[in-house]
Design a protein around this ligand. Structure first.
Ligand code: SF4
Length: 303
């Protein structure tokens, strides 16, 4: 029995569900029960009734969110080192400091934050619903963290003032994309459509035909007439895009756009995690209660 077969067998025996982020390795996406972006995964985790174990092939904050939303289930993160550097950039002290300057401003936090920070926000958002979440608030000035590029994009779309917390939060992987690379690719593929994630810079958004989260990129790619599509987000998404659109040609805008944290989940680690039921992700109920309210409020916003 090979490793994949062993995982499938064990998954059934233990009533486990494997949820994988779009940025995971192809072999992890292929073995997962569900592949999606953070909003799709959190919705799936909230709907889950039958499984006793949720195994998150993703990074720390996603597994934490699943644990917050499913306190009665065992949530496993296959690699303890799979931590999102952007989530680490926002501390509770930073939020409290910003609140002293803008006491009336609601706090909107991207799900790419740790549970301790989520407990201090009014509502969460993902890159797929950030515009709708900000529009739902009866306020013109909003504290938004931790991604500055996403804050700028949402400010453009909503016309509201978004104060980024921290001042320069960013995703190291999405910051690697440069518009010059797109210009060069357009020489080779002049008819190509360009899809850009909102965690990329403003300069990248300017060269985009479409700006959106990975779930929205998948929808755009399915519906677009373009045969060639340049993609500016983490390279793992190409596996899903190619599977769903075998007749189209997807080109990564920068070959080095790999999130090392997402790639820490391997088949070996997934198997060992399932076998030994490690590493269990738990959030203390005092923090989870407040963070759950912010996540549940987000889930009520239509996007
Ligand atoms: S791609 Fe960026 S935001 Fe996503 S997990 Fe990696 S570092 Fe964090």
């Amino acid at each position: 029995m090979n490793l994949t077969e062993k995982i499938v067998k064990l998954k059934k025996e233990k009533k486990a569900l494997i949820l994988a982020h779009n940025y995971q390795r192809p072999e992890i996406q292929d073995i997962a029960d569900y592949v999606g972006d953070s909003i799709e995964l959190s919705r799936r985790a909230m709907q889950e009734k039958d499984s006793e174990i949720l195994i998150f092939a993703a990074v720390d904050f996603m597994a934490e969110s699943a644990a917050i939303l499913n306190p009665e289930k065992k949530v496993l993160l296959p690699s303890l080192g799979a931590r999102c550097p952007m989530a680490q950039m926002l501390t509770v002290d930073e939020i409290k400091r910003a609140k002293t300057h803008y006491p009336a401003a609601p706090v909107v936090l991207y799900v790419n934050t740790l549970a301790t920070s989520k407990a201090y926000c009014d509502i969460c958002c993902t890159s797929a619903n950030a515009v709708e979440v900000v529009n739902s608030l009866n306020a013109d000035t909003i504290l938004f963290g931790p991604d500055r590029n996403l804050a700028e994009y949402v400010a453009e779309k909503t016309g509201k003032t978004l104060i980024p917390i921290p001042e320069w939060g960013f995703c190291p992987t999405h910051l690697l994309f440069q518009p010059e690379d797109v210009t060069l690719l357009k020489v080779e593929y002049p008819d190509a459509a360009v899809m850009v994630h909102p965690e990329c810079s403003a300069e990248m958004r300017e060269v985009a035909d479409f700006v959106g989260s990975t779930s929205k990129m998948c929808r755009y790619a399915n519906e677009s007439d373009a045969k060639n599509i340049i993609v500016a987000t983490e390279e793992g998404i190409l596996h899903r895009l190619r599977k769903e659109n075998p007749e189209k040609h997807f080109i990564l805008a920068y070959q080095g756009a790999v999130c090392p944290n997402m790639k820490l989940t391997t088949l070996e680690r997934l198997y060992s995690s399932l076998k030994d039921e490690k590493h269990v992700v738990k959030v203390p109920e005092t923090i989870a209660k407040k963070a759950r309210t912010a996540l549940e409020k987000m889930s009520q916003i239509k996007s």
